[in-house]
Design a protein around this ligand. Structure first.
Ligand code: 4NP
Length: 153
Protein backbone atom coordinates (compact mmCIF):
# COMPACT_ATOMS: atom_id res chain seq x y z
CA UNK A 1 0.00 0.00 0.00
CA UNK A 2 1.24 3.48 -0.89
CA UNK A 3 0.25 6.31 1.46
CA UNK A 4 0.71 10.05 1.00
CA UNK A 5 0.39 12.52 3.90
CA UNK A 6 -0.52 16.06 2.88
CA UNK A 7 -0.62 19.40 4.73
CA UNK A 8 -0.10 23.00 3.61
CA UNK A 9 3.65 23.58 3.80
CA UNK A 10 4.95 19.99 4.11
CA UNK A 11 7.24 21.13 6.91
CA UNK A 12 5.22 20.48 10.10
CA UNK A 13 2.23 18.13 10.12
CA UNK A 14 2.69 15.90 7.07
CA UNK A 15 6.42 15.17 7.65
CA UNK A 16 5.53 14.12 11.19
CA UNK A 17 2.65 11.92 9.98
CA UNK A 18 5.06 10.49 7.40
CA UNK A 19 7.67 9.89 10.13
CA UNK A 20 5.23 8.09 12.43
CA UNK A 21 3.97 5.80 9.69
CA UNK A 22 7.48 4.91 8.49
CA UNK A 23 8.51 4.27 12.08
CA UNK A 24 5.53 2.07 12.92
CA UNK A 25 5.67 0.22 9.59
CA UNK A 26 9.25 -0.72 10.42
CA UNK A 27 8.44 -1.66 14.00
CA UNK A 28 5.47 -3.82 12.99
CA UNK A 29 7.17 -5.09 9.81
CA UNK A 30 4.45 -3.76 7.50
CA UNK A 31 4.96 -3.21 3.79
CA UNK A 32 3.86 0.37 3.12
CA UNK A 33 5.40 3.06 0.99
CA UNK A 34 5.08 6.45 2.68
CA UNK A 35 5.64 9.98 1.45
CA UNK A 36 4.40 13.49 2.22
CA UNK A 37 3.69 16.70 0.32
CA UNK A 38 2.24 20.18 0.78
CA UNK A 39 -0.57 21.78 -1.18
CA UNK A 40 1.47 25.03 -1.21
CA UNK A 41 4.94 25.51 -2.62
CA UNK A 42 6.38 28.08 -0.15
CA UNK A 43 8.83 25.67 1.46
CA UNK A 44 9.79 23.34 -1.40
CA UNK A 45 13.22 21.79 -0.87
CA UNK A 46 13.38 22.70 2.81
CA UNK A 47 13.88 20.35 5.72
CA UNK A 48 11.00 20.00 8.16
CA UNK A 49 10.52 22.91 10.56
CA UNK A 50 13.29 23.09 13.20
CA UNK A 51 10.78 22.82 16.03
CA UNK A 52 9.14 19.74 14.53
CA UNK A 53 12.54 18.14 13.95
CA UNK A 54 13.50 18.81 17.55
CA UNK A 55 10.26 17.45 18.98
CA UNK A 56 10.15 14.44 16.68
CA UNK A 57 13.52 13.37 18.10
CA UNK A 58 12.07 13.54 21.61
CA UNK A 59 9.49 10.99 20.48
CA UNK A 60 12.11 8.80 18.80
CA UNK A 61 11.10 9.68 15.24
CA UNK A 62 13.69 10.67 12.65
CA UNK A 63 12.46 13.10 9.97
CA UNK A 64 15.87 14.61 9.16
CA UNK A 65 15.98 13.27 5.59
CA UNK A 66 12.60 14.64 4.51
CA UNK A 67 12.47 17.62 2.14
CA UNK A 68 9.33 19.58 1.33
CA UNK A 69 7.68 19.14 -2.03
CA UNK A 70 4.40 20.26 -3.51
CA UNK A 71 1.47 17.93 -4.16
CA UNK A 72 0.93 17.27 -7.87
CA UNK A 73 -1.78 15.59 -9.92
CA UNK A 74 0.58 12.64 -10.56
CA UNK A 75 0.35 11.85 -6.85
CA UNK A 76 -3.12 10.45 -7.55
CA UNK A 77 -1.39 7.78 -9.69
CA UNK A 78 1.51 7.19 -7.32
CA UNK A 79 -0.52 6.61 -4.15
CA UNK A 80 -3.44 4.44 -3.02
CA UNK A 81 -4.48 6.65 -0.12
CA UNK A 82 -4.00 10.39 0.28
CA UNK A 83 -4.47 11.70 3.81
CA UNK A 84 -5.16 15.42 4.26
CA UNK A 85 -4.34 16.98 7.63
CA UNK A 86 -7.17 19.54 7.45
CA UNK A 87 -10.22 20.41 5.42
CA UNK A 88 -8.53 23.21 3.53
CA UNK A 89 -5.76 20.81 2.41
CA UNK A 90 -8.44 18.30 1.44
CA UNK A 91 -10.29 20.89 -0.64
CA UNK A 92 -7.09 21.89 -2.44
CA UNK A 93 -6.22 18.26 -3.20
CA UNK A 94 -9.74 17.55 -4.47
CA UNK A 95 -9.52 20.56 -6.78
CA UNK A 96 -6.80 18.68 -8.70
CA UNK A 97 -8.71 15.38 -8.86
CA UNK A 98 -9.43 14.26 -12.42
CA UNK A 99 -12.16 11.74 -11.73
CA UNK A 100 -14.08 9.83 -9.07
CA UNK A 101 -11.22 7.33 -8.58
CA UNK A 102 -8.89 10.23 -7.67
CA UNK A 103 -11.48 11.73 -5.32
CA UNK A 104 -12.04 8.39 -3.58
CA UNK A 105 -8.38 8.26 -2.53
CA UNK A 106 -8.59 11.45 -0.44
CA UNK A 107 -9.44 11.28 3.28
CA UNK A 108 -9.01 13.36 6.41
CA UNK A 109 -6.38 11.65 8.55
CA UNK A 110 -8.15 12.21 11.86
CA UNK A 111 -11.19 10.32 10.59
CA UNK A 112 -9.05 7.22 11.17
CA UNK A 113 -9.03 8.12 14.86
CA UNK A 114 -12.52 9.62 15.21
CA UNK A 115 -14.55 8.28 12.26
CA UNK A 116 -16.97 10.68 10.60
CA UNK A 117 -16.06 13.65 12.81
CA UNK A 118 -14.04 15.47 10.14
CA UNK A 119 -11.60 16.74 12.77
CA UNK A 120 -8.45 18.55 11.70
CA UNK A 121 -4.82 18.35 12.74
CA UNK A 122 -4.27 21.95 13.90
CA UNK A 123 -1.55 23.89 12.11
CA UNK A 124 1.23 24.41 14.71
CA UNK A 125 3.30 26.78 12.53
CA UNK A 126 2.33 29.95 14.42
CA UNK A 127 1.97 28.12 17.73
CA UNK A 128 4.23 27.21 20.65
CA UNK A 129 5.94 24.10 21.94
CA UNK A 130 2.71 22.68 23.40
CA UNK A 131 1.06 22.91 19.97
CA UNK A 132 3.85 20.87 18.39
CA UNK A 133 3.62 18.23 21.10
CA UNK A 134 -0.16 18.07 20.71
CA UNK A 135 0.18 17.53 16.93
CA UNK A 136 2.78 14.80 17.45
CA UNK A 137 0.55 12.96 19.91
CA UNK A 138 -2.53 13.29 17.69
CA UNK A 139 -0.57 11.92 14.73
CA UNK A 140 0.75 9.04 16.81
CA UNK A 141 -2.81 8.04 17.75
CA UNK A 142 -4.15 8.53 14.21
CA UNK A 143 -1.36 6.40 12.75
CA UNK A 144 -2.03 3.62 15.23
CA UNK A 145 -5.76 3.84 14.37
CA UNK A 146 -5.03 3.77 10.62
CA UNK A 147 -2.96 0.60 10.98
CA UNK A 148 -5.73 -1.05 12.99
CA UNK A 149 -8.53 0.11 10.66
CA UNK A 150 -6.73 -1.38 7.66
CA UNK A 151 -5.95 -4.53 9.68
CA UNK A 152 -2.19 -4.16 9.49
CA UNK A 153 -2.07 -4.70 13.26
P1 4NP B 1 2.29 22.61 7.76
O1 4NP B 1 2.48 23.99 8.52
O2 4NP B 1 1.18 22.81 6.75
O3 4NP B 1 1.88 21.69 8.86
O4 4NP B 1 3.61 22.28 7.14
C1 4NP B 1 2.71 25.21 7.86
C2 4NP B 1 3.95 25.50 7.38
C3 4NP B 1 4.18 26.72 6.76
C4 4NP B 1 3.16 27.62 6.64
C5 4NP B 1 1.90 27.32 7.10
C6 4NP B 1 1.67 26.10 7.71
N1 4NP B 1 3.39 28.88 6.04
O5 4NP B 1 2.46 29.70 5.98
O6 4NP B 1 4.52 29.13 5.58
Amino acid sequence: MRVLMVCLGNICRSPMADGWLRHKAKAYDIDVLVDSAGTAGFHVGEKADTRMRKWSKEYGIDIEDLRARQFTQEDFDRFDIIFAMDQSNQKNILRLARNEADRAKVHLYLNELHPGKNEEVPDPYYGGEADFKHVIELLDAATEAFLKNYQFI
